[in-house]
Design a protein around this ligand. Structure first.
Ligand code: RIB
Length: 305
């Protein structure tokens, strides 16, 4: 039986426009296309872990609108267990996304139903957490719930991963001791550590600081520059596979889901990082959040161009 990954987090309907470039303040641009795509950092990570070989349960909330049914259906189609996905009155989470001709994006999220995932509701699904090998959290549900999930995961002896996204401020200091793997991108690492992160050297300094703050191990994702692993004893840099990027949306989510699936499957950290990086590289060659996430056979067939 495949190893079990439990994702506690957001489900969003992504409203995606493509435009030649990102708009400036006060500017109206003519877009080239529009699509609604299932997303949300939590749901994307769940889909990534499922497509990449894990048995997955999702804990989250959708609204009582049509998006809610669609978001749940997208997870069920991946054989993800949704017994802990609650439907609450009101709107589902949404993300307004603009992707430009350089494949960069800008995203505004509105939490909607994701805000209803309280610690009390999470407590109703403790049996789901108990069945996990690896637990993943992000920051698109209430902070109190994330804090509860991290602590409970650690108490239960699970491997606990926090992808601190989106982050624009330091994390509560008492979270760190529950985190086995902290996986921020450059801007999140800067926000958490209070240090600039714009190179491999500055990423090492920030990662060391995050370990001093209490995180077990840190993996800073550096986009096309790969990722930096730190465990307090050593740093290791992993170059990213070279691909032609179409849309970077959910690349970080694909890395996190792939890393977790590989770890849950018994792979070493180094193997899990390389596996996550190939999956993330493949995801940027395709448009959208969940539609861009590769399968296990895609990753196994990947050859550096
Ligand atoms: O990481 C990408 C995701 O961020 C999108 O799917 C969007 O929903 C936002 O949560």
């Amino acid at each position: 039986m495949s190893a079990k990954v439990v994702v506690i987090g957001s489900l969003n309907m992504d409203l995606v426009t493509r435009a030649p470039r990102l708009p400036r303040g006060g500017e109206t641009l003519i877009g080239q296309s529009f699509a609604t795509v299932s997303g949300g950092k939590g749901a994307n990570q769940a889909v990534a872990a499922a497509r990449l070989g894990a048995q997955v349960s999702m804990v989250g909330c959708v609204g009582s609108d049509a998006y809610g049914e669609e978001l749940r259906g997208a997870l069920l189609a991946e054989q993800i267990d949704c017994q802990a996905v609650s439907t609450v009155d009101g709107s589902s989470g949404v993300a307004l996304i603009v992707v430009d001709d350089n494949s960069q994006n800008a995203i505004v999220i509105v939490a909607g139903a994701n805000g209803a995932l309280t610690p009390a509701l999470l407590g109703c699904f403790d049996s789901v957490l108990q069945a996990a090998d690896v637990i993943i959290c992000q920051l698109e549900v209430p902070d109190a719930t994330v804090g509860h999930a991290l602590k409970r995961g650690r108490e239960l002896g699970k491997t606990v991963i926090l992808n601190p996204a989106p982050a624009s401020r330091p994390l509560p200091a008492d979270w760190y001791s529950s985190i086995h793997y902290l996986i921020p991108n450059e801007s999140e690492a800067a926000a958490l550590s209070g240090l600039p992160v714009d190179s491999r050297e500055t990423a090492e300094i920030a990662a060391a600081r995050l370990i001093e703050m209490g995180a077990g191990k840190v993996i800073i994702t550096l986009g096309a520059q790969g990722s930096l692993f730190a465990d307090g004893a050593r740093f290791e840099h992993f170059p990213a596979p070279t691909v032609k990027a179409v849309d970077t949306t959910a690349a970080g989510d694909t890395f996190v889901g792939g890393f977790a699936a590989a770890l849950a499957d018994g792979k070493s950290e180094v193997e899990a990082i390389r596996f996550g990086q190939v999956a993330a590289a493949l995801s940027v060659t395709r448009a959208g959040a969940q539609p861009s996430i590769p399968t296990l056979s895609d990753v196994q067939a990947f050859k550096t161009p």
